[in-house]
Design a protein around this ligand. Structure first.
Ligand SMILES: Nc1ncnc2c1ncn2[C@@H]1O[C@H](COP(=O)(O)OP(=O)(O)O)[C@@H](O)[C@H]1O
Ligand SMILES: [Mg+2]
Length: 243
């Protein structure tokens, strides 16, 4: 049984169809990549899956039960967490506080939540930052805090929305290794990312969105050679013409 099944999902904002008849399947312990130009509907799709708002149409099934229209905290309790493209930690609170908030998704006991948060910070090699205020973190550290907060909810599946945006080459390499470690720990990942180096290195399977609809899917090698994908990203001029 697939861990997540998105079936014919639409999301409309007035006349705009932000997500247009999208279907996708995620198997347990896969890393699935979702790519597409700005405005393609990637974040909106995550919002539908994670419960920020209900899909206008279609089914979203997680571990065999329908989650379309459920609230974010209910979906999170079921084991599906997400990061936000625009990172918004409690700026005047410490790293440990922010991650502990995540851990409260699975326990009401403060001691337990804090212990879980410390374990996650150790796993992400940022326990040395635990007493630093979130507002004093660098961008790569804030991205890692966002990841820590989501991991502290003990997800089965994690939706990552551009966790590498703004990072330098060396920082991207570090993040790729961290995501591999998270998968090895048993978490299924769906990653939205513009950084092809990361998408290609990590994904078992890639879905490509454009104007809300799926235009292609396949292995990283297949996607890299897909003319329609190249056109969507780079414009007609870049499509190679065979003579
Ligand atoms: N809450 C919203 N209300 C109205 N329009 C929205 C909303 N969220 C996204 N959109 C629109 O939906 C389209 C897809 O946006 P988004 O999902 O953010 O794309 P991506 O993440 O692929 O860049 C865009 O045209 C965007 O302006
Ligand atoms: Mg987005």
């Amino acid at each position: 049984m697939a861990l997540l099944k998105v079936e014919n999902v639409f999301k409309r904002f007035g006349g705009l169809v932000a997500v247009n008849d999208v279907s996708l399947t995620v198997e347990e312990n896969q890393i699935i990549g979702i790519i597409g130009p700005n405005g393609a509907g990637k974040t909106t799709l995550f919002n539908c899956i994670a419960g920020a708002f209900p899909p206008s149409e279609g089914k979203i099934v997680f571990e065999g039960s329908e989650i379309g229209g459920k609230k974010p905290h209910q979906i999170c309790t079921l084991g599906l967490s997400r990061t936000f493209q625009v990172v918004k930690p409690f700026a005047s609170k410490t790293v440990l506080y922010n991650v502990t908030v995540g851990a409260f998704a699975k326990t009401n006991r403060r001691v337990e939540a804090e212990a879980k948060a410390i374990k996650v910070l150790e796993f992400l090699q940022m326990d040395d930052k635990r007493d630093v205020f979130a507002k004093n973190l660098t961008l790569p550290e804030r991205k890692r805090l966002e990841l820590a907060r989501a991991l502290a909810t003990e997800p089965t599946m994690l939706l990552l929305d551009e966790v590498m945006a703004g990072l330098r080459f060396s920082e991207i390499e570090v993040m790729i290794e961290l995501l591999k470690k998270i998968r090895a720990a048993g978490v299924t990942l769906v990653i939205v990312e513009h950084i092809m180096q990361a998408i290609m290195a990590l994904s078992d399977h890639i879905y490509v969105l454009n104007f809300g609809g799926l235009i292609a899917q396949g292995s990283p090698a297949e996607i890299a050679q897909n003319q329609e994908v190249i056109k969507a990203y780079l414009g007609d001029d870049y499509v190679t013409v065979e003579d």
